[in-house]
Design a protein around this ligand. Structure first.
Ligand code: TRP
Ligand code: SF4
Length: 330
């Protein structure tokens, strides 16, 4: 029987601060499942972080080990997946430069993420050459490992389309097929918002951290918005518009049947509903928080994992760069 070769996945997270539940819901929980089936490369995208945080780069360094220890505590398995830091594999910047030649400026200026970020991150000066090239570096990340699929949210689809265009242009220009056109692996992400009902994001200060401590977890959940129409305890509630209910759907799916009924019939108050959610989240977070503390104390263990990851990543990346140089006759 022919043994089928595992397909390759690459994904990355930018180390720009502490990770939060949004990272779990939107990325890490999916990575966990993917590592069962695919050959996975999970990358700390520190060069990408630098593109927006270049004025305060020390926070990137602080975030790298913190983030990786969260990945490990939440179940990303270094025995199955390659965990590495982008800047430790110099081939990323090499390929980025080579690909840059093939990318007309118009493609980048038209990229919806570029336009959006410029208006969203007003406090940061990201009207720069580097930030414009963000999706080109991302393409290099993906192509170096010949990833077949890239797990992405809707917002990153234009970057993947650009990556595919780059592949076609490379193959056409150099008459040699080095790369694989990566497919997006659209992750269906349940609705999950921050404490104030906006997208969970560090810049909105509305996050629950992946290693949030019990006291602040409690304070934060108690501050959450619920159904705005429910002014008094005996008013009927509307779970479909309640942020707290979305959290139940994700972290206690078993409650999905009885809770909405109790809420609509005003048999459950928002305070008790939040108290119960605090317990559920604390039970979810606490074991990982403890594991993370242990991991952070074992500096050698972390260093070894990243060394090993770097070695494995470079093995693949350097081979690809060799092929690229042959194609370019350089
Ligand atoms: N741009 C991604 C984000 O903001 C991070 C990232 C960098 C990435 N390189 C990547 C994601 C390669 C997937 C593949 O989340
Ligand atoms: Fe939301 Fe729970 Fe209050 Fe219903 S009882 S409105 S689900 S917090």
């Amino acid at each position: 029987m022919k043994l089928e070769k595992k397909k390759t996945i690459l994904s990355g997270i930018r180390p720009t601060g502490k990770l939060h539940l949004g990272h779990w819901v939107g990325a890490l929980s999916n990575w966990m499942k993917l590592q069962e089936e695919y050959k996975c490369f999970f990358m700390v995208a520190d060069w990408h972080a630098l593109m927006s945080e270049y004025k305060n780069p020390s926070m990137i360094k602080d975030s790298v080990l913190d983030n990786v220890s969260d990945w490990l505590a939440y179940g990303i398995d270094p025995k199955r997946s390659v965990i590495f830091i982008q800047s430790e594999v110099p081939e990323h910047l090499e390929l980025y430069m080579i690909l840059s030649n093939l990318v007309p400026l118009g493609w980048l200026f038209r990229c919806p993420t570029f336009k959006e970020q410029l208006t969203q991150l007003k406090d940061k000066d990201i009207n720069t050459h580097a930030f414009l090239g963000y999706p080109v570096l991302q393409s290099a990340d993906i192509l170096l490992y010949k990833a077949n699929s890239v797990p992405v949210g809707e917002d990153q689809l234009p970057h993947l389309e650009l990556c595919r265009e780059i592949v076609r242009r490379f193959h056409f220009t150099y008459k040699s097929k080095v790369f694989i056109e990566p497919q997006p692996l659209l992750t269906s992400v349940p609705r999950f918002l921050g404490l104030d009902g906006r997208k969970m994001s560090k810049s909105y200060n509305n996050c629950i951290g992946l290693s949030e401590d019990s006291a602040s977890l409690k304070r934060k959940v108690l501050s959450m918005f619920t159904d705005p129409a429910r002014k008094r305890r005996d008013d009927p509630g509307h779970p479909d518009v309640c942020n707290v209910f979305d959290y139940y759907s994700i972290f206690a799916p078993g409650k999905k049947t009885e809770l909405p009924k109790e809420c609509r019939e005003a048999k459950r108050g928002c305070k008790e509903c939040k108290d119960e959610l605090i317990k559920i989240l604390e039970e979810f977070i606490a074991p990982k928080r403890e594991e993370k503390t242990k991991i952070l104390k074992k500096k050698d263990y972390l260093r070894d994992i990243l060394e090993e990851g770097k070695k494995k990543a470079r093995e693949v990346a350097s081979k690809t760069i060799d092929e690229v140089k042959v194609a370019l006759k350089i």
